[in-house]
Write a protein that binds this ligand. Structure first.
Ligand SMILES: C[S@@+](CC[C@H](N)C(=O)[O-])C[C@H]1O[C@@H](n2cnc3c(N)ncnc32)[C@H](O)[C@@H]1O
Length: 165
């Protein structure tokens, strides 16, 4: 089947202290400054967002390099190979990332957020509220992570939680 090409607009820019290295997933307790600048045309769309404590941030992983492989080995998973779509790799046919962050404050066109796992300057595609009960599934499981010998320990690495080895 012929692939359709779809164009998205960059609606803002994500500002972080990460240039070459970023955590695998957002680190909520990071103390540095993380914020999103929304471009002028979209600022009114921020009304009422500060009433929510968390938001989904969808971004374009603009520095993703190389062809998306359908079997990947996440860098923290000790060689385990899994299908791309069971992973959170940024190298995908459509390099779209999804992170949940805490909303600290919204001022004019800026959303101040908890830590997010993206490089400084990452283009923003969308923001949506994370809604209690609608978005958390109490019967969610760990999928293939349960097959890892030291899942609990590796999970600390993914979440960026300091710990002793
Ligand atoms: C494993 S991905 C997870 C992203 C998102 N939380 C998700 O689950 O879709 C996070 C990694 O993507 C990489 N990354 C962050 N920003 C990027 C960007 N703008 N372009 C390419 N890669 C990026 C960094 O190596 C970071 O550790």
């Amino acid at each position: 089947m012929k692939e359709a090409f779809i164009t998205f607009k960059q609606i803002g820019t994500i500002r972080t202290p990460y240039y070459n290295n970023a955590p695998y997933q957002p680190v909520d307790q990071e103390e540095d400054s993380f914020f999103i600048e929304i471009h002028g045309d979209y600022v009114d769309g921020l009304n009422d967002l500060s009433k929510f404590s968390y938001a989904y941030v969808l971004f374009y992983a603009h520095q993703a390099q190389g062809r998306a492989e359908m079997v990947v080995s996440p860098p923290w998973a000790k060689g385990k190979k899994v299908g791309l779509f069971s992973s959170r790799s940024p190298v995908r046919p459509n390099p779209i990332g999804l992170s949940v962050v805490r909303i600290k404050e919204i001022r004019e066109n800026m959303i101040f957020i908890s830590g997010i796992d993206v490089f400084d300057g990452t283009p923003l595609l969308d923001v949506k509220p994370y809604i209690k009960d609608l978005d958390n599934k109490s019967d969610a499981n760990y999928g293939w992570l349960d097959e890892l010998d030291d899942k609990d320990h590796l999970t600390l690495h993914i979440k960026g939680i300091p710990h002793e080895h």
